[in-house]
Design a protein. Structure first.
Length: 202
């Protein structure tokens, strides 16, 4: 029974029927046959990842890793989760772990080189787009709240909110500054806002 369900799940994965994998395997979670099955949790994690269910993928991959720590495909799956979250540094760490387990795997090395090379650019583009979205949503919300005649006020508020968002995301993910010391924050915020004030004025 266990083997048949897992074989069927693998077949669904090959056919890219990810929701069918989840529908097939999730009801079997309490069955004794799957309690210590690495493949069971791994297949569920992969299906969730492709479905865009990052939380589900994380949960199932963690369960799989408790059973088998050093599976390269699993580690690469976990790296993919970090990539989807925009956590490039953690993704690189997982790719390095996978590379250490399979030193001759050129595909892993290729991805690793690309990530290292374009790390800052990838993060900057992702959070740049997110900042623009924050600006547009904030402007629209305040424009509706205050009325169109006060669109300049709405624009200033939207600019301020988006710059705060950009500062926080850049600090954590782009520049990877971990210090929350008051002096460091004042210096960072002053220089960050000064550059944005200049661009806003232009």
């Amino acid at each position: 029974m266990a083997k048949n369900a897992l074989d069927k799940a693998r077949k669904y994965l090959r056919e890219r029927k990810f929701s069918d994998v989840i529908t097939l395997l999730e009801p079997l979670i309490l069955e004794e046959d799957y309690k210590y099955s690495f493949q069971f949790y791994y297949l569920l994690g992969v299906a969730c990842l492709y479905q865009g269910d990052i939380g589900g993928a994380e949960t199932w991959f963690k369960s799989a890793r408790r059973i088998k720590m050093n599976d390269v495909k699993l580690i690469l799956g976990q790296a993919a989760i970090f990539l989807k979250k925009g956590k490039i540094s953690q993704a690189i760490e997982y790719y390095v772990d996978a590379k250490n387990l399979e030193p001759d795997n050129q595909k892993i090395q290729k991805y690793l080189d690309l990530l290292k090379k374009y790390k800052e650019l990838i993060i900057y583009v992702v959070f740049g787009a997110a900042t623009t979205l924050v600006n547009l949503i904030t402007f629209k919300a305040f424009n509706m709240l205050l009325g169109e005649e006060l669109y300049l006020v709405s624009n200033v508020i939207a600019w301020f909110v988006s710059v705060v968002f950009a500062y926080i995301t850049n600090k954590i993910w782009v520049f990877e500054s971990r210090s929350w010391n008051t002096k460091v924050l004042v210096k960072e915020i002053t220089s960050f806002f000064a550059a944005r004030v200049f661009s806003f004025g232009v």
